[in-house]
Design a protein around this ligand. Structure first.
Ligand SMILES: [Zn+2]
Length: 299
């Protein structure tokens, strides 16, 4: 364990040990705000119709570079409870929360997760491993049970049923990806959003852009990646729902490696799309990876 990781783990457990959530007075109308669509869906699964859930960064939108609106500030101002991802994902949330004047407590859904580092930076995309998804849901349920003690049993039942689904899909993902041969396990995405998926399921993800979409890749970095792909190959390239496909298309043109489809990295799809929930998003990504990577391996 690195020093950074052990510090984080220590801070997380200290937070969990001393965090007490006061019950929301008159809990017939509880307003919960979640910072982005994937987390908003997890919160909705846990609270059902017991609370009103508002999401700040919506479907197909990039939370790394989000600019909060006046409507967002109003939603935060009247919130009873706020959930954020943490790990440096929402660079705009501290300002939004402090300027809104809200009295709501802010809860970090990734508390207790072991952070993955990508090139020396903490990767915030912890939801891209389903065992981490279970930690998010457990944290959300713990907060909501304390905030709405009359409904603690219903919240616990919702969370347990949801966690069972996450665990079943986790086992299925491990079983399916396990059959891929070693030379079909390296893929390229637009930005580094899949470090946790790589660690959990034995894959390698390369990206021309780092963990934050704000940075443009330098021409030199892009050339280094293209040279590496020409020399070592990759099984497929994938575009993302939150970033322009142009960069991945350019890499495909220069290396001859096929684009295998579109992955949902940081946000759900709009209604009617293939990834309208966290479970549907993860399943879509699994099917897209398997379709592209198992091609040519079955004889
Ligand atoms: Zn991202």
């Amino acid at each position: 364990m690195t020093l950074t990781k052990s510090l984080y783990a220590g801070m997380a457990s200290a937070f969990l040990a001393f965090a007490a959530v006061p019950a929301v007075a008159g809990d017939d109308h509880v307003n919960v705000v979640a910072s982005f669509s994937i987390l908003g869906d997890m919160v909705q699964e846990v609270v059902g119709d017991l609370a009103e859930v508002t999401t700040i960064v919506g479907p197909d939108a990039d939370a790394h570079v989000y600019q909060p609106s006046v409507a967002d500030a109003k939603a935060v101002a009247k919130a009873d409870i706020i959930f954020v991802n943490g790990l440096g994902f929402e660079t705009w949330s501290d300002t939004l929360i402090s300027e809104s004047g809200t009295e709501a407590a802010v809860h970090v859904a990734t508390d207790g997760i072991t952070p993955v580092e990508v090139e020396g930076e903490i990767d915030p995309h912890a939801w891209n491993s389903l065992s981490n998804g279970v930690i998010y849901v457990t944290n959300v349920a713990d907060v909501m049970k304390q905030a709405m003690p009359e409904h603690a049993d219903e919240i616990a039942a919702n969370a347990d049923a949801y966690i069972a689904e996450l665990e079943a899909l986790d086992a299925e993902t491990k079983a399916k990806l396990a059959v891929l041969p070693a030379d079909r396990r390296t893929v390229v995405t637009a930005h580094d959003a899949f470090g946790y998926l790589a660690d959990a399921y034995g894959m390698t993800f390369l990206a021309p852009v780092g963990i934050d979409t704000e940075a443009e890749p330098s021409a030199k970095d892009l050339a280094v990646l293209i040279d590496q792909l020409k020399a070592e190959g990759a099984a497929a390239l994938f575009v993302e729902n939150i970033t322009s496909p142009a960069l991945v298309q350019q890499i495909s043109d220069e290396t001859g490696i096929e684009i295998g489809g579109r992955l949902f990295s940081d946000a759900l799809s709009e209604r009617g799309g293939p990834a309208t929930s966290y479970l549907a998003m993860f399943r879509h990504n699994l099917v897209t990876l398997m379709d592209a990577l198992s091609r040519g391996t079955e004889s």
